[in-house]
Write a protein that binds this ligand. Structure first.
Ligand SMILES: Cc1cc2nc3c(=O)[nH]c(=O)nc-3n(C[C@H](O)[C@H](O)[C@H](O)COP(=O)(O)OP(=O)(O)OC[C@H]3O[C@@H](n4cnc5c(N)ncnc54)[C@H](O)[C@@H]3O)c2cc1C
Length: 453
């Protein structure tokens, strides 16, 4: 049965999910993607003998929709989730600390680790416990929360700058790609409640064990073709024109320009591209989407000629390095050790040249890992994503649109839409699921009106 025809614009995780779900609901689907590959913001490239991910995409066990998508794509084994949350926290010249959870019901699962977290004084640890309980009582969907920053809220609870830096900020900067002073308290509440405080095992960290292009773009492409979706890569959507029967989508592809005709259109592009695509349509507040702005992520990649650390992953304090990941096995490196340093909210680093970054990060690694001083650097390179996420600042909840627009049949998806989640792989997948639900409910009500008319 064909319930109608859907064009999905954008082949990131949101578009892949929306296309698969629409197909499963009985629609014929075309997915158009401007680039030569699917996967959107998540991709890998070859450099020498390394397969490099442009960003380290970690997840939490509470990313249920994303993990379910990977099962549907047949690549669930490409993720390893810790059996129990454990993050080493290292800093130059100091004994490492560990953040971990115990097998206790929430929120007690974190109490032993907090008690043993030597980066904070006893008074600071007691304060953190009280603050965590207060945070647990907040509602992430409360619009008032979005008016303030995590930093301000923590200060009002008496959290010291050291506790913010060594604990709250450590997690928030990575999760929200924003420092606590610029992070929406509503999104921070979502991260800390859903990801850390409410359910004991929600915080277990998952790390992709295969390059992201394999996990998302290639597996997604295969699954879409198997499901019967027509995938048009190198196909950039230009304008969307509605008529009485649906939509005409003008696309530009290597063979030339053409028009696709659809009953429904899902726009699953980043927010600025989406605003451009709907600019001529009566979609309320589209011009405000630009105010979501962007936050950069920079990854510094260092390939040593030998092992310099046994850590697979660590958070770093008192150093320019934020997080370090051992990518040796996953990248297929044949010699030495390949580390990726992931720098979120990288406003400073995004404008620095590779040589300048080398001058900062080589000594920083030497301080963290003494074995690095004797190692030779085989390769040092940088990947910069200036538009990695939208700026997850106070006031952005009001700017994030719902999937349903004012134009029936025109539906939005993308990690930047109003999922209630931060700009994450989980948010992207949830937005795709929601977009397919809206397409289906609108199409059903339209066809039932036509039948009764
Ligand atoms: C460096 C980096 C690190 C990250 N780390 C993490 C992490 O650790 N954990 C986490 O959960 N999330 C992380 N994220 C965020 C996560 O990658 C995104 O939230 C998610 O991938 C967004 O998916 P999306 O489908 O909404 O958008 P996108 O992936 O941006 O996909 C949109 C697609 O639309 C296409 N497009 C745009 N315009 C057009 C057009 N006119 N016609 C056709 N196609 C078009 C684009 O080419 C793109 O493929 C990170 C992101 C980056 C960049």
């Amino acid at each position: 049965m064909n319930r109608g025809h859907v064009v999905v614009i954008g082949g990131g995780l949101a578009g892949i999910t929306a296309a698969l779900d629409c197909r499963e609901r009985g629609y014929s689907v075309q997915l158009v993607e401007a680039r030569a590959r699917l996967g959107g913001a998540t991709y890998s490239f070859a450099r020498g003998d390394l397969l490099v991910d442009t960003g380290q995409h970690v997840l939490l066990r509470c990313y249920t929709s994303y993990l379910d998508l990977l099962r549907r794509l047949g690549v669930a084994d490409g993720i390893r989730v810790q059996t129990r949350f454990r993050v080493p926290v290292i800093s130059p010249g100091a004994a490492p600390a560990t953040l971990t959870r115990w097998n206790l019901p929430a929120p007690g699962h974190l109490a032993p680790a907090l008690l043993g977290y030597r980066r904070l004084s006893w008074a600071q640890r007691a304060r953190v416990a009280r603050t965590a309980l207060a945070l647990r009582a907040l509602d992430p969907d409360d619009p008032a929360l979005d008016g303030q920053s995590l930093g301000q809220w923590l200060r009002e609870r008496g959290e010291t700058p050291q506790a913010v830096e060594a604990l709250w900020g450590l997690l928030a900067v990575a999760a929200l790609n924003a420092p606590p002073e610029n992070a929406s308290m509503a999104l921070a509440t979502r991260v800390f409640r859903t990801g850390v405080l409410d359910v004991a095992d929600a915080c277990d960290i998952g790390v992709p064990q295969r390059p992201l292009s394999e996990l998302h773009g290639e597996a997604g492409h295969r699954a879409l073709l198997n499901a019967g979706v027509e995938v048009r890569a190198r196909c950039k959507a230009g304008t969307i024109r509605p008529d009485t029967n649906g939509f005409h989508v003008r696309v530009d592809e290597p063979a030339g320009e053409r028009e696709l005709v659809a009953d429904s259109v899902v726009v699953a592009t980043p927010h600025r591209a989406a605003a451009g695509l709907v600019a001529d349509l009566p979609v309320r507040d589209a011009e405000a989407w630009a105010r979501l702005s962007c936050s950069p992520i920079v990854n510094v990649h260092v390939h040593f000629d030998r092992r310099v650390t046994d850590l697979e992953m660590a958070a770093v304090l008192d150093s320019p390095v934020q997080w370090v990941f051992d990518r040796t096995r996953i990248s297929g490196a044949r010699t030495g050790q390949y580390l990726a340093l992931s720098q979120s909210a990288a406003e400073r680093e995004i404008g620095m040249r590779t040589e300048e970054l080398r001058e900062v990060f080589t000594p920083a690694l030497n301080e963290l890992f003494p074995a690095a001083r004797r190692a030779r650097v085989l390769d040092f390179f940088v990947t910069r994503e200036p538009h990695a996420t939208f700026r997850q600042a106070p006031g952005t909840a009001a700017l994030r649109p719902a999937a349903r627009t004012d134009v029936p049949g025109l539906v939005l998806a993308g990690a930047w839409t109003a999922t209630g989640w931060p700009d994450t792989t989980e948010g992207a997948v949830r937005s795709g699921i929601r977009a397919a639900e809206v397409v289906d409910s609108q199409q059903r009500s339209r066809t039932s009106v036509e039948v009764t008319a």
